[in-house]
Design a protein around this ligand. Structure first.
Ligand SMILES: *[C@@H]1O[C@H](CO)[C@@H](O)[C@H](O)[C@H]1NC(C)=O
Ligand SMILES: *[C@@H]1O[C@H](CO)[C@@H](O)[C@H](O)[C@H]1NC(C)=O
Ligand SMILES: *[C@@H]1O[C@H](CO)[C@@H](O)[C@H](O)[C@H]1NC(C)=O
Ligand SMILES: *[C@@H]1O[C@H](CO)[C@@H](O)[C@H](O)[C@H]1NC(C)=O
Ligand SMILES: *[C@@H]1O[C@H](CO)[C@@H](O)[C@H](O)[C@H]1NC(C)=O
Ligand SMILES: *[C@@H]1O[C@H](CO)[C@@H](O)[C@H](O)[C@H]1NC(C)=O
Ligand SMILES: *[C@@H]1O[C@H](CO)[C@@H](O)[C@H](O)[C@H]1NC(C)=O
Length: 493
């Protein structure tokens, strides 16, 4: 930490009159008012009234966060508009959002770029509360027939996150690149955009929701642009056993050694919940609540500079496993589907012991000891090395210790478990250089004090593990080099 402060002093004194090696961040999980997508398009005034209902709630969160000393607040994707709408009925909600280069404070000059009531209001909220305010809504850009990609209605529509600084100035604008299935109201920009901005508490970068699964711009922001903190706006469907919001997003912060301010939309019937303030050395605080539909504010202090700390030394994820001499696979192995993929699995039939499974090039090794072997719960060790899902959009290497509904059914994920473990050590022969470590407890809970990652790539328990029942333990490798979009890139990161 001492070294960090020295670096920061040097780095900061150049550009800023003051600088901070810690800051307070807030993320707000919002229950949005959605218009009925089956209704015909509304007028611009009706659309604005609708968005203002959402912004009223976000404003209250901003005021509360600012009173508690927050320097920045992040609000979710689709918190203001546009969820589930088609191209026709999304149109009245959109504004033309200029490139931040124009140096614009909408609160002071609301009409400089035409009609922009949403930008004006967001800018005034940031200015009024002297806070960085990140919000998501829709940008529209006219295009014409000379551009062969221009949609028939003559516009590009973008899922957009904007940031206003404490003076109300528009300092960042990011257009989502990796649109999720069904987001057909929006267009992807031609190329991934690198959107960053500097603050007295480090360099920030932005990406949105599904972007987090891919190399560009998410990984590029951290590895090539040295971003310390990511603004992550999302509307995330929880998908166990590996992609529940708080689970995957916290593991991304650990694996990338970056702060991640993760703000999710809340809708329990869509299984959307889970927001948090994640950093390389602290998993949370976070919010996850499936039982009530209420907004929630999370606030926490963070280190400003994540890439510069003295502990920074990359984990060699394959190191330990590649020195295991004979990868003796456990005697009884099966193929079981987890999520969409066929894993090779073996059941943990004993209260303690050793298990090992291989799939393609990946072998996974586990030592474990349960407090008690229950007859009513099945845990398996699984390995998977291949493309995820039928569309083959990204390549994963996964070692997973997971509770299954039964030995026949690992596919239906469960969020409840009773078995407690006394110890575990999980390692794999990864080719991925980036692996996301996860330990998920019953009820979809995280506890940073129950595990650690060793520099040789082992994911091991800490003593406190024996207090909590365990849902799953995963090393989720992403071999970005094998993604279809990256196959022609010779070297990544
Ligand atoms: C800004 O704050 C002032 C004083 O509290 C208040 O009167 C005004 O309505 C606020 N404006 C906005 C846009 O929040
Ligand atoms: C097409 O768009 C470009 C850029 O907006 C503009 O300069 C040009 O005049 C437009 N052409 C036509 C035929 O509208
Ligand atoms: C959750 O989403 C559904 C589907 O869009 C919507 O009908 C419902 O009103 C939402 N519930 C809440 C609490 O936002
Ligand atoms: C969810 O929120 C409700 C109401 O605030 C609370 O009673 C309940 O304990 C919460 N559940 C969890 C899992 O935090
Ligand atoms: C630390 O961060 C500063 C500012 O971002 C940068 O100039 C410097 O190169 C970094 N030092 C190390 C060792 O990464
Ligand atoms: C998964 O395994 C099942 C049964 O062995 C097989 O029918 C199916 O084709 C496999 N799916 C993939 C994607 O390999
Ligand atoms: C498990 O324990 C055995 C015996 O102590 C050791 O050889 C092996 O490397 C361990 N494996 C892991 C993954 O920790």
């Amino acid at each position: 930490m001492l070294f960090t402060s020295i670096f920061i002093f040097v780095a900061c004194s150049i550009e800023f009159t003051y600088c901070m090696d810690k800051f307070i961040a807030a993320v707000y999980e919002h229950v949005a008012f959605f218009p009925d997508p089956s209704q015909p398009p509304v007028s611009q005034e009706e659309a604005l009234a609708h968005m203002n209902r959402n912004i009223d709630v976000l404003e209250t969160a901003v005021i509360t966060a600012a009173r508690k000393g927050a320097h920045i607040i992040v609000t979710p994707e689709y918190a203001i508009c546009c969820f589930d709408l088609n191209r026709k009925n999304v149109f009245p909600y959109l504004e033309d959002i200029p490139d931040p280069e124009v140096n614009w404070i909408p609160c002071n000059e609301p009409n400089r770029f035409g009609r922009a009531p949403v930008q004006e209001r967001l800018s005034c909220i940031a200015k009024n509360n002297s806070i960085y305010f990140a919000a998501n809504f829709g940008d529209k850009k006219r295009c014409n027939a000379s551009d062969s990609h221009c949609p028939l209605d003559g516009y590009y529509f973008y899922d957009t996150t904007v940031v206003f600084d404490p003076e109300g100035k528009l300092v960042a604008r990011y257009h989502k690149y990796h649109l999720f299935f069904g987001e057909s109201q929006f267009n992807a920009p031609e190329k991934p955009e690198i959107s960053t901005f500097d603050t007295p508490f480090g360099k920030f970068g932005i990406f949105i929701c599904y972007d987090i699964l891919f190399y560009n711009p998410a990984i590029v922001l951290v590895t090539l642009h040295n971003v310390d903190t990511i603004i992550f706006t999302t509307a995330w469907y929880n998908t166990l056993p590996h992609y529940s919001a708080i689970q995957f997003h916290s593991s991304w912060a650990l694996g990338m050694r970056s702060n991640l301010l993760s703000s999710n939309l809340h809708n329990s019937s869509l299984d959307m919940t889970g927001s948090g303030i994640f950093s390389p050395n602290k998993l949370g605080p976070y919010y996850y609540n499936k039982t009530v539909d209420e907004g929630h504010l999370v606030i926490s202090e963070l280190n400003s500079y994540t890439r510069n700390t003295t502990e920074w030394a990359p984990v060699q994820w394959h190191e330990y496993a590649s020195h295991i001499k004979k990868p003796l696979q456990s005697s009884k192995v099966f193929t079981r589907k987890l999520l969409l993929d066929n894993y090779t699995v073996t059941e943990l039939t004993e209260p303690q012991g050793y298990a090992s499974v291989c799939h393609n090039h990946l072998c996974c090794y586990l030592n474990y000891s349960m407090m008690e072997k229950r007859n009513d719960e099945v845990y398996v060790l699984g390995a998977y090395d291949g493309y995820h899902g039928p569309y083959q959009v990204f390549y994963i290497e996964v070692c997973t210790l997971v509770k299954c509904m039964s030995l026949e059914n690992c596919r239906t994920a469960t969020d409840t478990a009773y078995t407690k473990f006394e110890s575990f050590s999980l390692a794999g022969t990864f080719q991925s250089t980036i692996v996301y470590p996860q330990v998920l407890l019953t009820g979809v809970q995280l506890d940073p004090d129950v595990f650690e990652v060793l520099k040789d790539g082992r994911l091991v328990n800490k003593p406190k593990i024996s207090f909590k029942a365990l849902l799953n333990i995963n090393l989720l490798g992403r071999n970005y080099m094998k993604d279809p979009t990256n196959l022609n890139i010779s070297k990544l990161s």
